[in-house]
Design a protein around this ligand. Structure first.
Ligand SMILES: *[C@@H]1O[C@H](CO)[C@@H](O)[C@H](O)[C@H]1NC(C)=O
Length: 443
């Protein structure tokens, strides 16, 4: 059974009107109040109060006054006081009464081809953009990632639709001297994994430590190369109210590779620990990094990706020990308390898998959503391409003109048919919660 994080009554009763979000004191109308004798007055008062409330909900979205959450010195002072006891991350952070701020961290490397798609997603994110800070790390790029990124950021931050503007955007650049290329096979070959994952862990930590501010309630890690992801992904993940939560990541397959099977698990870094995995760790040197999804390290771990059931509840949760970095929502306090992406072997794991292990070890809840799927872009690996049917070849006889036409028609039909599977519909809970959320329009 999954715990539904829906009950609004569980939210603290903060009043935005109180400058420092003091808890409201309840008060009672005195028993022998003079008002009791005057029903008309009472009705008028009740009516005007309810009118005010209904007007309030029609008001345009207010720019959040972040500073009000923290007691502060006079505005001309250069001293700022933060009460970190106020730091909170709830199941519905986007409402006017919570206004929880999200830091989106996006590591980039030779990513200029994917950036237009990434920004199309960013424009569509339904969580109020004014509550979101974007932070990018550009590292070891030989293409024009930085220039394209800067241009796309200028476009969105200067857009004529104010709702599209993010509260803040930071670009950090630092090279980590990656020793392997960025091609699919370079990145996915076994030998490169250990050193590569350690460097990636370091890169994530540099990005996080540069970008995390006391105002942030949540940190969302996102890869640039996502094809399909719901606009409400932040709210959807947040509703689970878990310390660390990640969706299931698949990729579509073209017909020449998958045949009937037009989709495939992509991220094998999200898993539950197994006895074989623990035994393997014991047999390895302390500094060795186990990476999941390679025959060289048979761990027999259950993967989040393979736990998917197309008819299953999209809210279903499973506990995880390792997580992948494609899309993770984390309560910021998890990082504040010291969890990070190990740039060394931590319990024989590094980067995001090490982060999952570490968060678990610190007592945090780490969950994956087997039936909530987002889609990675399809990139053909050398292995994929080797499965591609050869063109021409000695065995093949020339086709007659008629056969050729038929074949072309067939190919055309297939092209039309090839559609990336759709994401599941949004849940009702979210739909109702969304009413509190300002519309972030996408033109
Ligand atoms: C963003 O929304 C627009 C309009 O609905 C849509 O055309 C576009 O494909 C969306 N972008 C992504 C990346 O889903």
């Amino acid at each position: 059974m999954i715990r539904r994080a829906d009950s609004k009554s569980k939210l603290p009763q903060w009043s935005p009107a109180d400058k420092y979000y003091v808890r409201k004191k309840s008060f009672k109308v005195a028993k022998h109040s003079r008002i009791r004798g005057r029903p008309l007055v009472l009705i008028i008062i009740v009516f005007s109060i309810s009118l005010l409330f209904s007007l309030y909900s029609f008001l345009p979205y207010r720019e959040p006054n972040f500073k009000s959450r923290f007691k502060k010195f006079p505005s001309d002072s250069n001293i700022v006081y933060y009460d970190l006891a106020d730091s909170r991350a709830t199941a519905s952070g986007w409402t006017a009464s919570t206004e929880e701020r999200v830091l989106i961290c996006i590591p980039l490397r030779d990513a200029s081809d994917h950036l237009p798609l990434l920004f199309s997603h960013l424009r569509n994110i339904s969580y109020p953009h004014s509550l979101i800070d974007l932070s990018f790390l550009v590292s070891d790029s030989e293409d024009n990632t930085l220039a394209v990124l800067t241009q796309l950021l200028e476009d969105i931050q200067g857009d004529s639709i104010p709702d599209l503007h993010y509260n803040r955007a930071d670009i950090f650049e630092k090279d980590f001297g990656q020793i392997v290329g960025q091609g699919f096979s370079d990145r996915h070959g076994f030998a490169a994994q250990g050193p590569r994952r350690k460097l990636m862990g370091r890169a994530r930590n540099w990005l996080l430590s540069a970008a995390l501010r006391p105002e942030h309630s949540w940190v969302y890690w996102r890869d640039a190369d996502i094809e399909i992801s719901p606009q409400s992904i932040l709210e959807d993940l947040m509703l689970h109210d878990k310390d660390v939560v990640t969706p299931n990541i698949w990729r579509p397959l073209p017909e020449w590779l998958g045949g009937e099977q037009r989709e495939q698990p992509y991220d094998l870094n999200a898993w539950q620990e197994s006895d074989a995995g623990l035994d393997l760790a014991k047999s390895l040197p302390e500094d060795a990094v186990i990476v999941e999804g390679y025959a060289e390290y048979a761990t027999w771990r259950p993967h989040l990706a393979y736990s998917r059931s197309t008819e299953g509840d999209i809210h279903e949760e499973v506990d995880l020990d390792g997580v992948g970095g494609v899309s993770i929502l984390v309560k910021a306090d998890v990082f504040r308390s010291g969890a990070h992406f190990p740039g060394f072997a931590f319990m024989n794991h590094a980067e995001t898998e090490g982060f999952g292990k570490m968060a678990r070890r610190m007592g945090y809840r780490v969950v994956g959503l087997p039936n909530y799927v987002i889609w990675h872009v399809f990139e053909a690996s050398v292995d994929d391409i080797s499965k591609q049917p050869k063109k021409g070849g000695a065995k093949r006889r020339m086709m007659t003109r008629k056969e050729k036409a038929a074949k072309e028609a067939e190919q055309e039909a297939q092209e039309v048919e090839f559609q990336i599977p759709q994401v599941p519909p949004q849940n009702e809970q979210h739909a109702s919660a969304e009413r509190d959320s300002p519309k972030t329009t996408s033109a």
